[in-house]
Write a protein that binds this ligand. Structure first.
Ligand code: DX5
Ligand code: ZN
Length: 217
């Protein structure tokens, strides 16, 4: 089953509630929320108060993607704000803190995921996979919507799919960046099962059609 996770980074923040209602009605599986601190990535987006407001507005599954340095400082607050899944970057903390973030999110009763930037090899997350609900492969350099898909990430997706299947792990495989009707078939055949899409959903007038097209492409 392929899941589509529209990223609100490409939504209209003055009409965020309406945009969320549209993608929910349009069959989105997760709502992807991009949090950026201007340090881990060269952009600043949204944070805890917005997650709280979104939580009040919708019962959608909130997939919160933290692009922040030293996430151990804030994960608990994101859990309490209403995240269902907290995804943080393996590059953003020391190895011992990676384990403690996983533990903290679990103790909050939420799902936990680990993300890898394009230059980080798949092997870096292998030791954590059995502890995770999801692994996220960035298919652009994190920081901005609307960038071009990096086809050279396909072998990394395939390697993680093989590792997950061979070890019979209960871990979803998400991709993020440049996903549209042209790249969706590539990542699906490489083994991704959760597809984040920002501009390819929110830049279309008919969000339901856009979501369906990405899922079925
Ligand atoms: C980028 C974010 C993405 C972004 C994707 O750093 O993590 O979630 O919104 O945007 P598109 O789908 O437009 O590439
Ligand atoms: Zn994202």
């Amino acid at each position: 089953m392929i899941k589509v996770a529209p990223s609100i980074l490409s939504a209209d923040f003055c009409a965020l509630g309406d945009d969320i209602t549209q993608v929910q009605a349009g069959g989105a599986d997760y709502l992807h929320v991009d949090v950026m601190d201007g340090v881990f990535v060269p952009n600043i987006s949204i944070g805890i108060p917005v997650v709280k407001s979104v939580r009040k507005h919708t019962d959608m599954f909130l997939d919160v993607h933290l692009m922040i340095t030293k996430p151990h400082r804030y994960v608990e607050q994101f859990c309490h704000a209403g995240a269902d899944l907290v995804v943080f970057h393996v590059e953003a903390d020391e190895p011992q803190d990676v384990l403690s973030v996983i533990d903290t999110v679990r103790r909050c009763g939420k799902k936990v995921g680990l993300a890898v930037k394009p230059k980080t090899p798949a092997e870096v997350v292998y030791p954590y996979l059995a502890l995770l609900d999801l692994v996220l492969v960035m298919t652009v350099e994190p920081g901005f919507g609307g960038q071009k898909f990096m086809a050279d990430m396909l072998p990394k997706i395939q390697a993680l799919r093989n590792h997950i299947d061979q070890n019979q792990l209960d871990c979803e495989l998400e991709v993020d960046g440049g996903i549209d009707i042209n790249t969706s078939p590539l990542v699906k055949s490489a083994g991704a099962n959760v597809l984040v899409a920002g501009s390819a959903v929110f830049n279309q007038h008919d969000r339901a059609a856009a979501i369906q097209a990405i899922r079925e492409a």
